[in-house]
Design a protein around this ligand. Structure first.
Ligand code: HEC
Length: 189
């Protein structure tokens, strides 16, 4: 196989979207399986998992996966059988892993941390540093979030979370350099 010099080849957009979506779903199911969340936020999380499961067949097909995996997940959600959901999502995640190597997270340079800080200040802090905790899905403090979960899950939440909604749609507005800078910045604070 040929090697490309300087060659970090990004995971394709469809594969990344699927892998990150699976990681976020797993994280949300883990929160639902626990007892730490308020009733209000549980409602928000449950609604999000429900929505994510409805778009999962499409994501799987786009990424060359098997949409037959989805009905058992739906059945488990209907029964609030979090253990089964966690287990089945883990199987899918192993089949569709999130590739973070193009985000260069290992040793963030000072410039990279400055870039992360600047993006946060200009484009995220307004909502996330003054959270409306009463919302079903509040804009949580991203530094705290980064401490609470494995880095891969946090990266997945960022990949999905800054994408916008259906109207801003397909492309992620941040480059890998910017995503990596944000993840490094939140991780160090
Ligand atoms: C206009 C307000 C607003 C701005 C600006 C904003 N966010 Fe958010 N963000 C939210 C809200 C509200 C949510 C919760 C809704 C949800 O999870 O669907 C959210 C969710 C997220 C999540 C997902 C959390 C989870 O539970 O999975 C991440 C990650 C995130 N934002 C990161 C960012 C970053 C990084 C920026 C800046 C580049 C940013 N956001 C800018 C309001 C905002």
């Amino acid at each position: 196989m040929a090697t490309l010099s300087g060659g970090a080849i990004a995971q394709g957009e469809d594969a990344r979207r699927l892998a990150a979506g699976l990681a976020v779903m797993s994280g949300d199911v883990r929160l639902l399986a626990g007892k730490g969340e308020t009733l209000q936020r549980r409602e928000g999380l449950r609604a999000r998992v429900t929505g994510d499961l409805s778009s999962l067949p499409l994501l799987l097909r786009r990424a060359g996966g098997d949409a037959a995996a989805v009905p058992p997940l739906r059945a488990a959600l209907a029964k609030e059988d979090w253990r089964t959901l966690e287990r089945e999502l883990a199987v899918l995640s192993r089949r569709h892993p999130l590739d973070l190597h193009t985000l260069s997270l290992a040793t963030p340079s000072p410039e990279r941390l400055r870039l992360g800080a600047a993006i946060h200040r200009e484009r995220c802090a307004g909502c996330h540093d003054a959270s409306n905790a009463d919302a079903k899905l509040p804009a949580l403090n991203l530094f705290e979030q980064s401490r609470k979960m494995p880095r891969e899950e946090f990266a997945a939440r960022l990949i999905i979370g800054v994408r916008g909604n259906g109207s801003t749609a397909y492309g992620n507005p941040f480059s890998d350099l910017e995503l990596g800078a944000l993840i490094s910045y939140y991780g160090l604070n």
